[in-house]
Every structure is written in structure tokens, then in C-alpha cells.
Design a protein around this ligand. Structure first.
Ligand code: SF4
Ligand code: SF4
Length: 139
């Protein structure tokens, strides 16, 4: 690299905007398709467990007995595999990252308990049969 190129670079650096952002004064705007973290619509989830089987890092756990879906956030590598295989499309990839932490975060989502079944309405009392009508035998 000649002296001329170095001089050019210095002049450009003096007059151009810096390539970096003044974070956190200027917040980072993520691209729409940034692979940030997995979201689940737990009420739409059918607890089939396909996402758990397809996850290459075993980050997802599906507990059918507890009706619970959980994800170990720090294990997820944002490969999007679970989103692609979910048969009911209840998983999505959000474009913001999980907050940094010194602990291994596991987020668990439980399905809401079903509404208690409505009590059956007692049927109206069966109509009392009219007294048998005596029919005179015909001879
Ligand atoms: S994005 Fe990939 S690594 Fe993360 S939970 Fe889904 S399948 Fe697992
Ligand atoms: S694949 Fe979809 S429906 Fe099946 S357990 Fe995972 S999130 Fe739920």
C-alpha cells in the first residue's frame, strides 16, 4: 500500500461517517430476517414433539404430561429447523436476540388448562303418560 493510498484513506476517514453506531445512544435496528430467538404460540401448539426431535442441539423439551413446551435459550443456535418442521406453524423466529446472561436460561410455556365442561342441562321431565283409555272390546 503506497503513501498515496494511505493518505486517501486518512482523508476519507476524516470526512466520512464512522462505520460503527453510538450504541446505546443509537439503538441497533435488526434486519427483518435476522435470526434472533424462537417464539412459540403455546395455545396453538399440539405438543407433537417434532420440534424437539428435529432440534440439533436438543434445546427444546416437550412434556405432554405437564402440557409444557420449553426451550434452553443458550443452547439454541438459531438454525430455524424447528420453525420449518412445526406442523401447525406455531413457532416463529423473532429478529431480536435473547438478553445476555451469566446463567443458562430455560423458558417454559404451559398450555392453559381447559375450561371445565359445562354441566349438562337436565332434560325436561318426561311427560306423564295419560291414563290408559279404556277401549270397549268389539264383539
Ligand atoms: S432454532 Fe434450531 S437450535 Fe434453536 S430451538 Fe429451533 S431447532 Fe433448536
Ligand atoms: S412441532 Fe410445533 S406443534 Fe409440535 S410440539 Fe413443537 S411447537 Fe408444538
Amino acid at each position: 500500500m503506497g503513501l498515496f493510498s494511505i493518505g486517501n484513506m486518512i482523508i476519507r476517514s476524516l470526512f466520512n461517517k464512522p462505520a460503527t453506531l453510538m450504541y446505546p445512544v443509537i439503538p441497533r435496528v435488526y434486519e427483518e430476517k435476522t435470526r434472533g430467538h424462537i417464539n412459540v404460540d403455546i395455545e396453538a401448539c399440539v405438543l407433537c414433539g417434532i420440534c424437539s426431535k428435529k432440534c440439533p442441539t436438543h434445546a427444546i423439551l416437550v412434556d405432554r404430561k405437564k402440557k409444557e413446551w420449553s426451550i434452553a435459550r443458550m443452547q439454541c443456535i438459531q438454525c430455524n429447523c424447528c420453525v420449518e418442521y412445526c406442523p401447525v406453524n406455531c413457532l416463529s423466529m423473532a429478529n431480536t436476540y435473547t438478553s445476555p446472561s451469566t446463567e443458562k436460561i430455560t423458558d417454559a410455556y404451559a398450555k392453559a388448562a381447559p375450561e371445565p365442561a359445562a354441566k349438562p342441562v337436565p332434560e325436561a321431565a318426561a311427560p306423564v303418560m295419560d291414563a290408559a283409555v279404556d277401549v270397549e272390546p268389539t264383539v
